[in-house]
Ligand binder design. Structure first.
Ligand code: HEC
Length: 126
């Protein structure tokens, strides 16, 4: 009987440790550019950058009355705020910039890596 209990306890312990391990791994990758495949290779503006902006930015910054007079939503306007440094400053929460996206948490490291790569590779319209 006691041997049975020990085996049961040991199994429970192992299962606990394993699930902890997997939880941590998921947390780690959810907010890390490690394991971020979206930023590998050439980053496409239309396929990778625009979907992020659509989810997090265009609600407020695209259209005729953009918040803070920061126009986004077209290639030319998105490139303009990348060129003047405001795009990266705001999403990286750098000092001297209003942190974006407003009213919600910072982008994930993976999303940031995608935008950073697009900027550093010359903001192609690809
Ligand atoms: C809920 C609305 C909202 C969302 C979503 C939002 N913004 Fe903004 N954004 C604003 C407002 C309002 C301002 C003006 C803030 C101020 O001047 O205090 C602003 C200002 C800015 C500025 C100027 C910052 C500066 O320091 O001059 C940039 C650049 C910017 N937003 C980019 C973005 C980007 C990129 C995203 C998506 C990641 C985003 N915003 C998402 C409302 C929003």
């Amino acid at each position: 009987m006691s041997r049975f209990l020990i085996v049961l306890l040991a199994c429970g312990l192992m299962a606990g440790i394993q699930s902890c391990y997997y939880d941590k791994e998921q947390l780690l990758y959810a907010n890390s550019s490690a394991g971020c495949t979206d930023s590998t290779g050439t980053v496409s503006y239309t396929q990778k950058v625009v979907p992020i902006f659509t989810n997090l930015c265009y609600n407020c910054h695209a259209g005729n009355t953009p918040s803070g007079n920061i126009q986004m939503g077209t290639y030319a306007s998105d490139k303009a705020i990348a060129l003047n440094g405001k795009l990266w400053g705001s999403i990286d929460h750098a000092s001297g910039y209003v942190p974006m996206p407003e009213g919600t948490s910072k982008m994930t490291d993976c999303q940031l890596a995608v935008i950073r790569k697009w900027i550093n590779s010359g903001m192609l319209n690809n």
